[in-house]
Design a protein around this ligand. Structure first.
Ligand SMILES: Cc1ncc(COP(=O)(O)O)c(C=O)c1O
Length: 432
């Protein structure tokens, strides 16, 4: 039963980490992050470049890992931009996106000579131009386009319908004729993001083809080549029954064909081609460990009450309609099985991660671990609800070193110092 979970991390390792650092705890494996990046590269044409979407996992060490691996990062807010810069990412590797940009994020972005900034509407375009003029700087603007339609199904569609994201495709050409671009303030490129959790390689290729075709039209309209095409991504990671991993070999063939069809076209001959990814790069590299604090029966149900739940693993099940996370128990001593409802510590019935998990008949004090928790866990969570505080995070480096990359601390500025949850909880010695 004690097998390898992800790239060399064993269940024994998880137990010793939980005992050393307490729970709830995220454990990330750097080797697996590396494998994921290499796997994504395998699916993309040689000419393509990647940007890591910080929103999937904003831990500074994870951001830094991807920057050190030579890829760009995508920051979707002023906070993420600050995080990227504070993590040591150089401005010229940061692509700034996200709706609702204030003058303050635009200023911070331009002053740090960021790689590109998306504009999501005509108003936002004018704000970016106004702020950049006042600073005497020239923005590299990517126009985000909301495609008129997106084909096929995906976990979370973000285009192809009325949307707060981007400028409607059918309005773009008219709009470009009106926008105040000039020889210096020229349009740098275009960006399209159809959605997340795509499992059909053909849909990714079709979205890519769609943007190439539209970019050609746009380039003709502004009579200039485009410096960048950002195709989005949405590379899926199986989280529900019936979802199968993307076939990266097949994806590569399909995308190579699309790229070849446009390679010699002058509008994009020297254009940088970017794909964005958060989940694919991080999800499988993370494990979340919690401890059973109570066990009880209510009517005909057996409940396990744990010290971590939606306050750390997020509202994914509600938003993405995903299956319950895959779970393992970190002990092998119970032969009897039982069906459990697993709940977290917050005061809402929504904090139910599993409705009837078939598990060994585990006891109060035992640990459970959820797999595939490297993406949209802490970053998609109501961490402040009920005040349990964040979870600690550990990165296992390739040499086996265990690095604490977030402590379980709640910073409260008015108290002068943050109060450390570690100091108020008794260290737990697990039963094995
Ligand atoms: C604009 C944009 N880029 C990138 C991403 C990352 O998506 P994923 O984590 O599915 O790769 C998202 C996710 O919502 C997004 O909205």
């Amino acid at each position: 039963m004690f097998g390898t979970l992800i790239s060399g991390v064993k269940e024994d390792d998880l137990v010793s980490l939980a005992e050393e650092y307490g729970t709830p705890l995220f454990v990330y494996c750097q080797k697996q992050l590396e494998n994921n990046l290499n796997n994504l590269k395998k699916g993309l044409p040689d000419r393509a470049r990647i940007a890591y979407s910080i929103k999937a996992n904003p831990n500074p060490d994870i951001i830094r890992f991807f920057f050190d691996s030579g890829i760009n990062v995508e920051a979707a807010s002023e906070g993420e931009l600050h995080l990227a810069l504070a993590s040591g990412v150089s401005g010229n590797k940061v692509m700034v996106g996200g709706p609702a940009k204030s003058a303050s994020i635009i200023k911070l972005a331009l002053q740090n000579h960021i790689k590109t900034i998306n504009v999501e509407s005509e108003n936002e375009n004018q704000t970016v131009l106004r702020v950049s003029q006042s600073l005497g700087l020239f923005p590299r603007i990517l126009l985000r386009i909301n495609p008129s339609a997106v084909q096929g199904s995906m976990g979370l569609a973000m285009g192809g319908r009325p949307s707060q994201f981007g400028i409607d495709e059918y309005k773009v050409v008219d709009l470009l004729k009106r926008l105040s671009y000039n020889s210096k303030n020229t349009l740098y490129g275009v960006f399209m993001y159809a959605g997340s959790q795509i499992f059909d390689e053909k849909i990714i290729a079709e979205n890519t083809e769609h943007l190439f075709a539209l970019a050609k039209k746009i380039s003709n309209t502004i009579s200039a080549p485009l410096q960048m095409l950002d195709f989005g991504g949405g590379f899926g990671v199986p989280e529900s029954l019936g979802q199968r991993p993307l076939d990266m070999g097949k994806l590569r063939v399909l995308l190579d064909n699309v790229f070849k069809a446009y390679a010699k076209d002058s509008f994009c001959e020297n254009t940088e081609c970017i794909f964005e990814s958060g989940r694919f790069l991080t999800a499988s590299a993370g494990i979340y460990i919690s401890r059973v604090l109570d066990k009880k029966e209510s009517q005909d149900k057996h409940f396990l009450i744990t010290d971590g739940g939606i306050n750390h693993i997020g509202i994914r099940q509600k938003c993405y309609r995903t299956h319950e996370p895959e779970i393992i128990t970190l002990h092998n001593s119970y032969l009897k099985k039982n069906s459990f409802t697993i709940v977290g510590p917050t005061c809402t019935p929504i904090d139910t991660t599993h409705k009837c998990a078939e598990l060994p008949d585990i006891e109060v004090g035992d640990y459970i671990a959820m797999l595939n928790m490297g993406a949209y866990a802490l970053s998609y969570s109501p961490v402040y609800f009920c005040g349990h505080g964040p979870a600690a995070e550990i990165l296992i480096e390739p040499n086996g070193n265990r690095k604490l990359i977030r402590s379980r601390t709640f910073g409260i500025a008015s108290c002068g110092t943050g109060f450390r949850l570690e100091s108020i909880s008794t260290p737990y010695v697990g039963r094995r």
